[in-house]
Structure formats: C-alpha cells, structure tokens
Design a binder for this molecule. Structure first.
Ligand SMILES: Nc1ncnc2c1ncn2[C@@H]1O[C@H](COP(=O)(O)OP(=O)(O)OP(=O)(O)O)[C@@H](O)[C@H]1O
Length: 387
C-alpha cells in the first residue's frame, strides 16, 4: 500500500471529535496533510480553552497515523480556533503583562537594587538562556544552532545543557564519553564544532531516574557554571528545562543572565505557554532578547514549496503585541531533524544551506539585542568590565 494523503485521511476518520461525536475529518478539524520521507505532518483545530483536555485527541490522531504501515513518524499539533470565540476573543487568555516596550533594553538603573546581585562567572562575558513555555517545541535544536550561529559570527561560544529533564546536547552534538577533571576540582568542558559543551547528560546516565529537583537542580546548575573550566567565552548559551515552574524560575533568578530567548511554535496554544515564559523572565528582570518561531512553516523536500500548516506568523504577532523583538522563523524541515538526530547540527553540517542562513540571522539579531542589553547591564553595574 502506498502512503498517501487519502490513506491518512481514511485512518483519521477513526479518530472521534472533541465531544466524542463524529470524527475529526468530517468535522473539518484536520489541516492540510504533508507526507515526507514516511513522516506525516498536520494539525488539528480545537477550541483554545480545551487544549489541555484535548491532548488525548492529539495523541489519538498521532497514534492512528503511526499505525499505518509505512509510516515512520507523525507530527500532529493542536491549533486553536481562529474564528468567532476562538483565540481572537478567548476570554481565558491570560492578561498580557503590562507593556514594557523596551523589554530587551531595560532603562539603566530602573531595576537596579531590586534583585540580589548575581555574581558573574569569571571569563564569561554574557550568559543567554534559551527557554520555552513547554516541551517539544525545538528549544534544544534552537539553542545548539544559535550557539553555532554565534560562533560563525566570530564569537567564543559555550553551551550549557541545563535541561535536566531531558539533556540533549550529547545527542545533538554527537559527543560521547565523560568530561575529565584537570585538577580534581574543576571539570574540563567537552568540545564539538568549536563549541565548549557541558551537559547534565555527561554526568548522569540516560537511564538514571532524574530525581534532582528544586534546590538540588539549582545547585547542580551553579556548579556547572562555576566548577567547569570554561575559559574565556564571549557567550554561554544555556539550554533551560522546558516550562515555567519553580525550578525554571529559580534558575532564571540564580544565573547571571544577560538575556533570554524564547522558542515557540506558531500555534496559538503554544504561544500561551511562550507568554508565560516571557513573563517568568520579566518577573526576575532578565532582559528579553526576543522570540524565535520554530516549525514556522513546512518546506516540502521534493518541490521546495512552502506551506503554512501550523499557523505561521503567530509568534511574530505575539512578539509585536508584547513589545518583544522577533528574532526569526525557522521552517520545519527534514534537514533540521535529521542532522539533529545524527549529531551534526544543521549550521555545522550545511553552513551554506537555507537553514544555516536562518539560524545565523537569528544569531545576529541576538547579538545586537544583547549589545544593548549588555550596555544597559554595564551601566547598571559599572564594576563589570566588557572589553
Ligand atoms: N525546525 C525543525 N524542523 C524539523 N524538526 C525539528 C525542528 N526543530 C526541532 N525539530 C525536531 O523536533 C524534536 C524536538 O526538538 P527539541 O528536542 O529541540 O525540542 P525541545 O523543545 O528542546 O524538547 P524538550 O522539551 O523535550 O527538551 C526533535 O526531534 C527535533 O529534531
């Protein structure tokens, strides 16, 4: 049996609608369907206020498609209703945070003294967090390619994988082995593609249950910042754990961050979580460098044609609404996924390709946003010297 859209649609007719009446195809909830390389991509429209409840519907749709012979993978996203009563007017939308138009450019002195001083890390000029309101949006993929993009701009860059729930840097960068210690006290970071790399994944076996929580996680992070011989770095990119819980908040508070980058997919539902992420950093006075829209649109591998199946543009609109810089759109492509899985991130694997260009442009924007944030930070704390 050949795998085509009709086969997928037929199978999706077995998935019941949100109210257990009808099926998601007849109810008109399924977007265009794309198939590439045995993998199937589409979205299902649901009311925004029922997103959590309908996660099971998303899983059912994904499972139904995966069970089709020949399907190697499926990626199903929930998107929110756009018309009448949908996201546009959704009463459950959290109120936007009070406008702080120059979020990435805090006015010098405005927040000074409100936060306890965070000791800077010797040798590291700027630490940038890459965070997401929820898991699976491509935060780690963005972090690693952003780091490589910054390196391509001539900076000395390190990456710290603080995603204690699912460290992914060893896999993304194809690093094997464990870091060594030089003097019994500090660990030497690993290296890949010219990046210095440290990950909880190097220290914890993949099978070890992750029991570090709360304060332990934070102290592990502090140790990774201070007890690792990073040397001189212009930027250290920190891949944060997904979400906006206490652990993430404490991390954001404890690490002397020059700024934060939020990764979101374009769906309105993901954007609600992204907004929580933005607010979390605002609460602890970390400058927002901007939002990246990942899996923004789909590029068919055979024709190179572009399709907007996941509601492309949502993050940009949200960034504008919130007065936060918009850093760029990363398309959903096989390249990104396959190079990540192979431990050769796309910016390193294909530096002249379209993907690498997108990531380098994002890195440039981050740099320029950081420039002003760093300047402001420097004005706030004249004892820190940036050369
Ligand atoms: N632009 C993209 N195109 C195609 N696949 C992508 C893209 N970005 C990320 N992916 C894939 O999506 C999956 C999730 O990505 P990633 O691990 O970076 O997300 P994450 O937000 O860090 O997840 P987690 O919260 O689980 O740590 C991976 O398989 C990755 O290869």
């Amino acid at each position: 049996m050949t795998l085509d859209r009709h086969t997928v649609i037929d199978r999706l007719r077995t998935v019941k609608g949100p109210d257990q009446e009808g099926d998601i195809v007849s109810l008109g909830l399924v977007s265009e369907i794309f198939i590439a390389d045995g993998k199937v991509f589409f979205s299902v429209t649901v009311p925004a206020n029922r997103a959590e409840e309908l996660e099971s519907l998303r899983q059912a749709a994904e499972a139904a498609v995966r069970s089709i012979p020949g399907v190697k993978g499926a990626m199903v996203a929930l998107t929110a209703e756009k018309q009448g009563g949908g996201m546009g007017t959704a009463p459950q939308r959290p109120k936007p945070a009070p406008a702080r138009p120059a979020a990435a450019h805090p006015v010098a002195g405005s927040q000074a003294g409100q936060q306890p001083a965070k000791a800077d890390v010797p040798g590291i000029k700027a630490i940038v967090a890459v965070a997401s309101g929820k898991g699976g949006v491509g935060k780690s993929t963005t972090a690693v390619n952003l780091a490589l993009g910054l390196k391509a701009l001539g900076l000395k860059v390190g990456i710290l994988d603080a995603d204690i729930y699912g460290p992914s840097m060893p896999r993304l960068l194809g690093i094997k082995g464990k870091p060594q210690t030089a003097d019994g006290k500090t660990l030497k970071p690993m290296e890949a593609y010219g990046l210095k790399v440290m990950s909880m994944g190097f220290l914890v076996d993949e099978d070890t249950p992750m029991i570090w929580r709360g304060p332990m996680v934070v102290s592990a992070l502090r140790q990774m910042l201070r007890d690792v011989a990073w040397g001189e770095l212009d930027v250290l990119v920190v891949d944060m754990p997904p979400g906006t819980g206490d652990v993430q908040l404490t991390m954001a508070q404890q690490v002397p961050l020059a700024g934060a980058v939020i990764v979101s997919t374009p769906q309105d539902l993901a954007l609600i979580d992204a907004r929580k992420g933005l607010n979390m950093f605002k609460r602890v006075d970390v400058p927002l460098l901007g939002i990246v829209e990942n899996m923004s649109y789909f590029v068919a591998p055979d024709t190179g044609k572009r399709y907007d199946i996941f509601g492309h543009g949502g993050a940009k609109a949200e960034a504008e609404r919130l007065g936060v810089p918009f850093l760029g759109e990363v398309p959903l492509t096989m390249d990104v996924r396959e190079t990540s899985d192979a431990g050769t991130p796309v910016v390193a694997a294909n530096p002249d390709g379209a993907q690498a260009i997108v990531y380098r442009a994002i890195a440039e924007k981050v740099m320029s946003e950081m420039g002003s944030a760093m300047t402001a930070a420097a004005e706030d704390a004249p004892k820190i010297v940036f050369d």
